[in-house]
Design a protein around this ligand. Structure first.
Ligand code: NAG
Length: 187
C-alpha cells in the first residue's frame, strides 16, 4: 500500500467516529426501549403508547440521547403540573362543581399543587447539573403532591382531576425511569 492510499484508509476509518462524536449516535430503538423499561418498572400505571407519544411529541426526539430524553420527560412533567394548577383554578372560577368537590379542589390548589412548578424546576436544575438522585427526589416530591390531592377525594367523591392526574402520573413514571437510566451505576 502506498502512503497516500494508506492515509485515505485512515481518514475513512476515522470519519464515522468523528461524526459520532459531533452529532451523537441516534439509536432508533432508544425511545421504544425507554418506554418498555418504564412500563415494566411501573406495572399497570404507564401505558406504552402514552409513553411513546409523550416522547415523540417533540419532533427532535429521534435525535435525542438518554440525557436529552430525560430532560424532555422532566419538561413534560413540569408542563403538565402547570396545566393541572391552571385547570384547578379554572374549575374553582367557573363554580360548576359541587361544594364537596370545590372544598377539595381548593386544598389541592392551595396545598398540594401550590409548589409543583418550583419543585419540578428544582428537579430539572439538579438533572442539568448531573445530580440524578436529587432530581429523582424532586420527582418523588411532585408525585406525593398528586397522591395527597387524590386522597382528598377518597370515600366516593368523584374528582374532576382523574384524567389529567392519570396523565401526570404517567409522565412522572417516565421521568423516574429516565432519571434512573441517567444515574451511573456504582461498583
Ligand atoms: C426543556 O425546556 C427548556 C425550557 O423551556 C428548553 O430550553 C429545553 O430545550 C427543553 N429541553 C428538552 C430536551 O426538551
Amino acid at each position: 500500500m502506498n502512503p497516500l492510499c494508506f492515509s485515505w484508509v485512515f481518514i475513512l476509518l476515522l470519519l464515522p467516529t468523528t461524526f459520532h462524536g459531533v452529532h451523537g449516535a441516534a439509536d432508533p430503538n432508544l425511545i421504544s426501549n425507554v418506554c418498555k423499561k418504564s412500563v415494566a418498572d411501573h406495572h399497570g400505571q404507564l401505558k406504552y403508547d402514552f409513553c411513546i407519544s409523550s416522547l415523540k411529541a417533540d419532533p427532535k426526539s429521534n435525535t435525542y440521547d438518554i440525557f436529552d430524553l430525560g430532560y424532555l420527560s422532566l419538561n413534560n412533567t413540569l408542563k403538565k403540573g402547570i396545566s393541572i394548577k391552571s385547570y384547578i383554578q379554572h374549575l374553582l372560577k367557573d363554580g360548576k362543581q359541587s361544594p364537596d368537590v370545590m372544598v377539595r379542589l381548593k386544598e389541592c390548589a392551595g396545598r398540594d399543587y401550590w409548589h409543583v412548578d418550583i419543585t419540578m424546576e428544582g428537579g430539572i436544575e439538579a438533572f442539568l447539573s448531573a445530580d440524578y438522585p436529587t432530581a429523582g427526589i424532586y420527582v418523588d416530591v411532585v408525585s406525593s403532591y398528586k397522591k395527597t390531592c387524590q386522597s382528598r377525594f377518597d370515600g366516593g367523591i368523584i374528582s374532576p382531576l382523574t384524567k389529567i392526574e392519570n396523565e401526570f402520573g404517567q409522565l412522572i413514571s417516565i421521568a423516574f425511569t429516565l432519571t434512573d437510566m441517567n444515574t451511573p451505576i456504582d461498583d
